[in-house]
Design a protein around this ligand. Sequence first.
Ligand code: GDP
Ligand code: MG
Length: 389
Amino acid sequence: GKQAYVRSKPHLNIGTMGHVDHGKTTLTAAITKVLSERGGAKYVPFARIDRAPEEAARGITINIAHVEYETAGRHYAHVDMPGHADYVKNMITGAAQLDGAILVVSAQDGIMPQTREHVLLARRVGVEHVVVALNKADGADPELTDLVELELRELLAEHGYQDVAMVRVSGLRALEGDPEWVASIEALLQAVDDNIPVPERYLDAPFLMPVENVLTVTGRGTVVTGAIERGTIRVGETVEVVGHGEGFTAVVTGVETFGKTMERGEAGDNAALLLRGVRREQVRRGQVLAAPGTASAHRRIAARIYLLTAAEGGRSTAVTTGYRPQFYLRTTDVPGRVDLGDAALALPGETVEATVELGRPVAVETGLTFAVREGGLTVGAGTVTAVLE
Ligand code: GDP
Ligand code: MG
């Protein structure tokens, strides 16, 4: 038989955010260095993180660096980004769905404009948990740092973040191996472990997996692959195929990841599900497999859309009602008509509230993020704010 997959620690997605030059990348490198000395990471130097490759996430190019590391009880995937525009795009499109964030604030400089913007964005896109790294504490006056901390508590509370853990750290000194500041990074990681819970949606939410690929395995049947977005799935459970035409249900007769059998597939896993009695033509990329009755396909949505500027690769001219770009939602893309309501037009760089009529029914829900493309360009990043029909 096939080898079984062993799951060791819960996995979380986190990332740094905060004003440029407050030390996000230095801190990211320091975390991997400190943990590498305990066998929990491979050290990733500053220059490797800072020269991150561009990633075409949901059709939008974002400069993003991924590192991974383990604390005693968890496995983390951690993202760091160089520019403010990269944060805005990443957070709106959900290129990295953050379970929590490390807000990096220079203790020497205090709250700066991008500190405020990232806190606001984090709240808007549903990042529930934040831990503050008061960085550059090596050169900061402790009493002034107390004031920065007070102001931060006020800012965070305004956006609904209460009792946020704040740790004074020095990414730079920790990278240099100074024991006092190495300990500060350990304290920060402890605060992350203690204050960013394993998200409930991961396991307790109803199962959902966007269909990436459909294959026929001779002698076994139809296999559907994709990344499990939420919930869990076991052999013998029923899933509903949603999107495109009429929905239908099927029983799962096999669950695998990377060729190994799994007792249960979980959110975050790349899974291959064997479906009983289903012909290959019945399932298509762009549909979703969901716990029966928990997902539905729709054609009309309300959405908040950020229009990329020309400098970000977007349009150089305004859009008006009647605009018909292509919408990229999970693994599908579909044409759609934009209605701006009372706004006559929307300019690149603006965030607009719009109604969108999709060309065919797609499995959508409030909070789902998507990209807007036109003629090979990514022109917008959106979030579904309501499902209308
Ligand atoms: P980012 O733009 O937020 O990623 O910031 P960087 O990590 O690139 O750091 C910006 C500058 O601040 C660099 O010159 C760093 O060496 C410096 N820096 C970062 N962390 C610290 C720190 O803990 N203490 C001091 N004194 N300087 C730091
Ligand atoms: Mg950086």
